[in-house]
Design a protein around this ligand. Structure first.
Ligand SMILES: [Mn+2]
Length: 424
């Protein structure tokens, strides 16, 4: 299914007066609004191929209908999101789930939907059929060199597939670690992982980056070989200039100050990319901005400040991706909500009065510092984000139009009620 341009235009016309009124007010309040709109229009968020179907937990999975059955259908789903919001213009693939034989056809299909390929993701946390060695006790860290070699070769194969599609980054997330004290030697596990990553790094093409993602716990519950940002930064620094840390918001211990982590990684030139989601307790993979919208704003506040300090282009300097799971919502509606929350936090961060904040910080005027930040956070920027979306050809209210056009019902009619997306 594709949404026709006239359907979006008709919807926008219906919303016209209300939007004109609300945006007019926002424009009168913020003289720099056109600059903000330009930045919002350029900002694109990558959608992971594994988030288009219903997720599940270890207790079960309750499939929805009309889930994509192939890589082609996943790209079509992201195309639908991008038609509606015009800021989901990238796809992040996961190998082997998204392996294709026909790269040209996939590239053509993505181009048709206005999508590019963001970071490729390797998978050494599951055993695949006909695989020689098991990853039960780790992959790149494994005590057996043959297992490490198999995992290295898989990552190099993912790079090869990414090159064929025009991607320029590899994300490595490892489930490696230990479940019990004494199970492994921390230094040996680190060294094995580093040596394995060095071999993968050596296979990166000139323009490519490697993102080392960290995670505090799960599936291993005692130690994780890339457990936090410090460990990821150690690997990234030892590997070289193409290696960066990737921050997944759900991969920290409770109450970690993620905005401070982000700020320091940017300072070191080692922040490569982002996986957006939200959480209440652990790696809950909930809709971005659904639990802690103020934290999301504070993270964007540091991102904008840090990128500007380094002269990094907001839209292209880092990999912006969602990594979420949808257990009880329609995955496409959930993704529309996540993208919207990210755009709102970004717009609010762009509104922060930086000069006033610098002065207040310099003068140790703590109350004023808070006032400056919260002035931006408490500004209703929905009409600004909506205006950017309308100007780029998207829908004023994406979820409302999604429902009015009965997109899910159409997908069920096309694909069936009992479909299960490939992936987790
Ligand atoms: Mn992630």
């Amino acid at each position: 299914m594709e949404i026709e341009k006239y359907q979006i235009a008709a919807h926008n016309q219906q919303q016209g007066n209300e939007q004109k009124h609300r945006f007019g007010f926002a424009a009168s309040e913020h003289p720099q609004i056109e600059n903000i709109i330009d930045q919002l229009i350029k900002f694109q968020i990558g959608i992971p191929s594994w988030a288009l179907g219903t997720g599940g937990t270890r207790f079960g999975r309750f499939s929805g209908g009309g889930e994509p059955r192939s890589l082609e259908e996943k790209i079509e789903d992201i195309g639908l999101l991008h038609q509606l919001n015009q800021c989901s213009g990238a796809v992040s693939l996961h190998i082997p789930w998204d392996t294709t034989q026909d790269y040209e056809a996939i590239k053509k299909l993505a181009k048709h939907h206005g999508l590019r390929f963001d970071a490729m993701n390797s998978n050494t946390f599951q055993d695949q059929p006909n695989q020689a060695y098991s990853y039960k006790f780790g992959s790149l860290q494994h005590t057996n060199k043959a297992v490490r070699k198999q995992a290295i070769e898989h990552n190099i194969e993912v790079i090869r597939q990414g090159v064929a599609l025009g991607s320029e980054a590899l994300t490595v997330w490892l489930a490696d670690g230990s479940c019990f004290p004494g199970q492994l030697n921390f230094r040996k596990a680190f060294q094995n992982t580093l040596e394995s990553l060095e071999e993968i790094y050596a296979a990166l093409p000139a323009q490519w980056k490697i993102f080392v993602e960290y995670k505090a716990f799960e599936p291993n519950f005692y130690s994780t070989t890339v457990g936090d940002w410090g460990q990821s930064l150690l690997y990234a620094n030892k590997l070289g200039p193409k290696a960066y840390t990737l921050v997944d918001l759900g991969h920290h211990l409770p109450n970690a100050n993620i905005e401070q982590i982000v700020s320091l990684l940017l300072m070191e030139g080692k922040l490569g990319g982002f996986h957006f989601n939200d959480s209440k307790y652990g790696d809950d993979d909930l809709t971005a901005g659904s639990m802690k919208p103020y934290q999301l704003f504070l993270i964007f506040n540091e991102l904008v400040e840090g990128m500007d300090a380094k002269g990094i282009d907001h839209a292209t300097g880092l990999g912006w991706m969602i990594d979420a799971s949808h257990n009880v919502k329609d995955p496409l509606e959930d993704l529309l909500q996540s993208v919207e929350a990210i755009m709102l936090a970004y717009a609010q961060a762009l509104l922060v009065d930086r000069k006033a904040l610098v002065i207040a910080q310099q003068e140790n005027d703590v109350a004023r510092c808070q006032e400056v930040l919260q002035q931006a956070f408490r500004t209703d920027v929905r009409a600004i984000v909506q205006e950017a979306r309308i100007r780029s050809g998207g829908a004023a209210k994406p979820i409302q139009l999604y429902r009015e056009l009965k997109v899910r019902e159409n997908l069920i009619a096309e694909r069936g009620m009992k479909t299960i997306a490939i992936g987790l």
